[in-house]
Design a binder for this molecule. Sequence first.
Ligand code: FMN
Length: 183
Amino acid sequence: MSILFINACVRENSRTLVLAKNILSNMSGEVIEVNLNQEDILPLNRELLEKREKLISDEDMNDTMFCYANQFAQADEIVIAAPFWDLSFPAILKTYIEQITVSGITFEYINGRPCGLCKAKSLTYVTTSGGPIFADFGYEYIKALAKNFYGISQTKAYRAMNLDVNMIAVEDVLIKADISVVE
Ligand SMILES: Cc1cc2nc3c(=O)[nH]c(=O)nc-3n(C[C@H](O)[C@H](O)[C@H](O)COP(=O)(O)O)c2cc1C
């Protein structure tokens, strides 16, 4: 079993990362981490998009441009950790999503509808927020992609809210934070 851990935590003392590592420690399988702060992923600009479209039309799906998409498609399980920023998540995660959402690798269109090509059956999303989460565009977006594009049917989110309101320090997250699970 391989667990692909997508680490989109930005701060050095990330409480989201502490929570995610605790959840990972209770899962069985080899954890392969992609730390998005250390990857050189650019948003799809015109040049990159044209390159990508040419590769797709040539069916050249093993180009290095598709390394993240191929890795994501082949993982047995997915865990994403991302702090709650501006009602969703940091932009580095969106740039990663642009890299992995590739027709012919993580999904394909059949009769105009996306069908998943990913091996993983489950995706776990981990987030923490400073205040209340009254609209979770982060998890809802990831969930919609997982179910409608990637073909990952089971998704759940671990969320710890109000960490800034309650002044919960990184070393106290697992002891003091109120962690809820939503599907
Ligand atoms: C750029 C930025 C945007 C944020 N936006 C929100 C927000 O919309 N709602 C909220 O409750 N907290 C927000 N926060 C607070 C973080 O969600 C909170 O501090 C979280 O626990 C950070 O996770 P970390 O410790 O893993 O970095 C924001 C923090 C930053 C730095």
